[in-house]
Design a protein around this ligand. Structure first.
Ligand code: PXP
Length: 387
């Protein structure tokens, strides 16, 4: 695959972040299964664009984007973008220039692939839906193609301490606030069917108080699905649940539970709640996650974290690394977690495609000695050092 960026604009006027746009285009080509083909993106000013518009479309004045499909099999074609027009449109919409440029690249790419919004209303709708889905899949990619993993703290264990006495203290809601103040970018709770730690009230109050992102771990069962649809967390993560386990013991087997998982994903998607599925680092599960319509997978890092011998740890890490790449190439977004601590988190945080690390036990255990604020900051530091 080759991507050519050609800039014919005045660099004093607009500073284009080429590495950001290249990383996003790279990903888009993979998602569209066009990764063997060459595409050129040419950035022009309005004057040049008006010339192309007149010559090829017999229209006066500039436009934002024009696509010219190639007639050679391994080439996709050229996308011309007027940065002057893109800038005016971005200002009108109140969005950053690079966000709008990403939209225009997607629009141009879809034209190269034969989409045409001018054909009919139905085709315009099909194209718009495709654009929105592609934008959603690439908007988190930052400069240089590197995704910085964000720390999400699981506060279940605070509730476990509370339940030991059946009272009101310590409150996981308060803990979540401290975690956010210390820099955590997300709060995770698992509302188990047996309610052994987190209670319904916790989830409902957290929905009111969490300022970052609330990720609700849950089993794909009717009662909890109804609560999730009512509470509307920012993300739900489907996990397996066994009554006798001490903690989640492994990834969800999507293939063995396909029907109820597909149904739950469908309900959440209809309600606009994105779904992540906690899976073992396994290609079959990744394919199945795609197939049932998940937006994210959370890769189970427990076996890597629990490995006693160096060789076993290496083997488990490779599986996570390969699964992360495969999920990324398939167009899934990727979180990871389970068993991560201050010593083993670095390697996982160093994988360039992981968006969120979900960590509970290690941080809450350390908090007993150094305080929750410091325990979160230290974990954040371990992640930053890996970045
Ligand atoms: N991710 C999932 C899906 C989990 O079930 C858990 C445990 O509740 C975690 C992450 C966090 O694991 P740990 O408490 O070992 O950090």
């Amino acid at each position: 695959m080759s991507i050519n960026f050609i800039s014919e604009i005045n660099p004093q006027q607009f500073k284009l972040n080429e590495s950001l746009l290249r990383a996003r285009l790279n990903r888009l080509l993979r998602l569209l299964e066009q990764n063997g083909r060459t595409v050129s993106v040419v950035f022009l000013d309005d004057k040049e664009m008006a010339r192309y518009n007149q010559t090829y479309r017999h229209k006066e004045g500039p436009t934002n984007v024009l696509s010219f499909p190639a007639d050679v099999a391994d080439e996709l074609g050229d996308i011309l973008i007027s940065v002057d027009t893109a800038w005016r449109e971005a200002v009108e919409k109140g969005i950053p220039l690079h966000q709008h440029l990403t939209w225009l690249i997607i629009h141009g790419l879809l034209h190269l692939l034969g989409y045409d919004h001018e054909l009919s209303e139905a085709e315009a709708e099909r194209m718009q839906d495709k654009e929105a889905a592609l934008y959603q899949a690439v908007q988190h990619i930052h400069s240089g193609g590197r995704i910085m993993p964000q720390l999400a703290i699981n506060v279940d264990h605070i509730a476990t301490i509370r339940e030991a006495r059946g009272g009101a203290e310590p409150d996981p809601v308060l803990a979540a606030g401290i975690c956010e103040l210390a820099g955590a970018r997300g709060i995770v709770v698992h509302l188990r069917e047996d309610r052994r730690h987190i209670q319904d009230r916790d989830v409902r109050v957290l929905r009111q108080t969490v300022k970052t992102r609330l990720n609700l771990e849950m089993a794909a069962v009717k009662e909890i699905v109804e609560i999730a649809l009512d509470v509307r967390p920012d993300l739900i993560t489907l996990v397996p649940e066994k009554r006798k386990e001490l903690t989640t013991e492994g990834g969800l087997d999507i293939l063995a539970n396909e029907k109820k998982i597909r149904k739950t994903v469908g309900k959440m998607t209809e309600a606009g709640i994105p779904v992540s599925i906690f899976i073992d680092p396994d290609e079959e599960q990744i394919k199945a996650a795609m197939d049932v319509g998940a937006t994210y997978v959370e890769l189970h890092t427990g076996r890597y974290a629990d490995a006693k011998e160096h060789e076993e740890q290496e083997r488990e890490f490779r599986l996570i690394e390969q699964a992360a790449e495969a999920a990324y190439a398939a167009g899934l977004r990727i979180n990871a977690g389970h068993g991560l601590n201050y010593l083993n988190v670095g390697r996982v945080a160093g994988l360039s495609v992981i968006e969120e690390l979900s960590i509970g036990h290690a941080v809450i255990a350390r908090a007993a000695f150094v305080g929750l604020d410091q325990a979160v900051r230290e974990m954040q530091n371990c992640i930053d050092l890996a970045g």
